[in-house]
Design a protein around this ligand. Structure first.
Ligand SMILES: *[C@@H]1O[C@H](CO)[C@@H](O)[C@H](O)[C@H]1NC(C)=O
Ligand SMILES: *[C@@H]1O[C@H](CO)[C@@H](O)[C@H](O)[C@H]1NC(C)=O
Ligand SMILES: *[C@@H]1O[C@H](CO)[C@@H](O)[C@H](O)[C@H]1NC(C)=O
Length: 304
């Protein structure tokens, strides 16, 4: 072989295979990820293992709220878990994605949920991983693939019911779920849960009391009202559009409206106060008022 042929072959193989994952993640600009991996001695795996890396951009790390960033980076065990959640063994390409696919990660037992959405303003189809949008897909490395994502993913710590149980701001919703025998439904149904906070239930109770009405919706009515808060599809904020969505139980309609700059969203009349809390069975958005289906909504509005 001539020297010229050798050089061409060498450059071809770099073009096809790329550098190591370490080099490709660095080239893609995700340098904070590399620093964090080094801090918990996980960086070597990017040279030696065969992986797909979901690499949060530096901006994604900068966008983490300060208290959360501190909690993640100041404890090596937590940091290592979060970083392990951003890798899967073997090759996962964008073309392998379909809505609600769950992929194992290098964090034992923890899965990433993939969703495929039509863009609200973007027009074309795009992919999210646990709600993080894939900004640059399929960067080929010699020992794997890199996808750059726009958010840091946090491993879900439980299903809908577990998360309500852990929250101090959802004791009202949690006790209604218990009273109405819906625990198992919240543990096992995949979808989206809009979780009104305690203030939302307090406001509703105050309204009902101000109308001098005795008691509360009970039985099937209360069950239906709670179940009206769950969508059949997993809708992370990145994929939310101005549209009506179908609830999991009775296929009732909820209207989502998204601000033009995509910064805020409403579900019917309720504001989303905290979006995108990943659960093992979908996503939770915390809202500031209770959603009431018909005919109860009209009934409440017409209280004397
Ligand atoms: C890595 O650890 C060093 C030493 O504790 C620290 O100064 C640095 O900020 C850490 N890197 C990141 C990205 O947190
Ligand atoms: C780090 O977090 C783990 C898991 O939550 C906890 O068990 C451990 O005590 C923490 N370590 C420190 C030093 O805070
Ligand atoms: C959703 O609809 C509202 C009201 O018509 C509009 O102001 C807003 O720009 C729309 N949002 C998007 C993302 O198109």
């Amino acid at each position: 072989m001539t020297m010229r042929t050798l050089i061409i072959l060498a450059s071809l193989s770099t073009a096809v295979l790329g550098g190591t994952l370490m080099e490709e993640v660095t080239n893609a600009g995700a340098t904070i990820l590399i620093d964090l991996l080094k801090n918990v001695s996980l960086d070597k795996s990017l040279e030696t293992d065969y992986l797909t890396i979901f690499a949060p951009s530096n901006e994604a790390f900068a966008n983490l709220p300060d208290d959360l960033a501190k909690r993640v980076t100041s404890n090596a065990t937590i940091l290592a878990s979060v970083l392990e959640f951003h890798a899967t063994r073997g090759i996962f390409r964008a073309q392998d994605a379909f809505d609600n696919l769950q992929i194992d990660t290098t964090l034992p037992g923890a899965k990433i949920r993939v969703n495929a959405y039509n863009g609200a303003s973007q027009g074309s189809m795009f992919i999210t991983t646990n709600g993080a949008k894939v900004l640059k897909a399929d960067i080929q490395a010699s020992n794997g693939i890199v996808h750059v994502i726009d958010k840091v993913m946090l491993p879900p710590v439980g299903n809908f019911y577990d998360l309500l149980t852990m929250s101090t701001d959802h004791t009202a919703l949690k006790s209604l779920v218990d009273q109405n025998g819906l625990k198992q439904v919240l543990e096992s149904t995949t979808g989206t849960l809009f979780a009104p906070n305690n203030k939302a239930f307090e406001d509703l109770n105050n309204y009902i009391q101000s109308k001098n009405v005795q008691g509360q919706p009970v039985g099937e009515a209360m069950k239906e009202i709670i179940m009206y808060h769950m969508l059949r599809s997993v809708v992370y904020s990145a994929g939310a559009m101005n549209a009506t969505y179908v609830t999991a139980d009775k296929a009732e309609k909820l209207t989502i409206s998204v601000a033009a700059d995509l910064s805020t969203a409403k579900i019917n009349q309720a504001n989303v106060v905290i979006p995108d809390i990943a659960a093992t069975n979908g996503v939770i958005h915390i809202i500031d008022s209770v959603l009431i289906p018909e005919p109860y909504a009209t009934g409440l509005a017409m209280l004397p």
